[in-house]
Design a protein around this ligand. Structure first.
Ligand SMILES: O=C(O)CCC(=O)C(=O)O
Ligand SMILES: [Fe+2]
Length: 259
């Protein structure tokens, strides 16, 4: 089979799965959770065949193109990010399944049903997809908001919650980049925590949900984050300090740098 036929077959099987196998009541439950918590797990969203193809591509990309980073940002109160990443450019250049799945119209339509509003391709390409691997004790993706409204995260590897790696979030919070007051959000509202397993997917309302990955003490956590926009995002002035900072001079040799 030619590579483009294989990718076409995978995207087709995702579409068929979404149309035929994903029941209405699951989408309704997910939509309720999403509106209440800014978060919902969606393990049923993709067939095993597509999950495996995405996982294989992510494993290859992180082995070939992963870069260690240790960085923090003034705009999120200097919370730590200690991780290995593969950014959008390398994924686009060397990946094939991920870019096609990201822009599947049937996937976008289903995510829109869960979100209760249209879910659109991210206009700022570096935020479209990023691979993150947490691999050392203490590795974490610290508290932050994202610039765009939605993230669909595919979990390839994740330790049990005893070893960290679960997601925590505070929904209905507002990111003031000049004065983020991260701790103040915890005093105003409870923090919700969610355990994840390999093969899970989740959708998060990332612009108004403060979130982090609990630091790892053992094991390994590997995900891809696919970022999507709302209609409102297309009309906002969005500055990209945290995403641009991740890619600018943030390799491990320059660990500790803050932007
Ligand atoms: O690793 C995760 O589950 C969250 C990733 C994330 O928040 C991000 O990439 O912005
Ligand atoms: Fe995020």
């Amino acid at each position: 089979m030619r590579p483009d036929e294989r990718i076409g077959g995978l995207v087709q099987s995702l579409s068929e799965h979404l149309v035929k196998n994903v029941e209405e009541h699951r989408l309704e439950g997910a939509r309720r959770d999403f509106l209440q918590c800014g978060f919902t797990t969606l393990p049923f969203l993709a067939p095993d065949r597509v999950k495996s193809a995405i996982a294989d591509e992510i494993e290859n990309l992180v082995a070939e193109h992963g870069v260690r980073r240790a960085i923090s940002f003034r705009e999120t109160g200097h919370t730590p990010r200690h991780m290995r990443n593969v950014r959008h450019q390398e994924i686009s250049d060397h990946g094939s399944v991920i870019p096609e799945v990201y822009s599947s119209p049937d996937l976008l339509r289903t995510l829109g049903t869960i979100a209760g509003e249209p879910v659109l391709l991210c206009p700022y390409e570096p935020e479209r997809y990023v691979i993150t691997e947490l691999e050392r004790s203490g590795d974490t993706h610290g508290w932050h908001w994202d610039d765009y409204s939605f993230a669909l995260v595919w979990v390839v590897d994740c330790p049990p919650a005893e070893h960290g790696g679960f997601v925590q979030c505070v929904p209905r919070t507002y990111w003031n980049k000049q004065d983020p007051q991260v701790h103040r959000q915890f005093l105003r509202q409870p923090i919700h925590s969610f355990e994840l397993r390999p093969g899970d997917l989740y959708l998060m309302r990332t612009d108004t949900t403060l979130h982090r990955v609990y630091p790892l003490s053992r094991g390994r956590r590997l995900i891809i984050n696919m970022g999507y926009a709302s209609h409102a995002d297309l009309h906002k002035q969005i500055s990209h300090e945290t995403m641009d900072g991740l890619w600018r001079g943030s390799r491990e040799e320059q660990a500790g740098q803050t932007v």
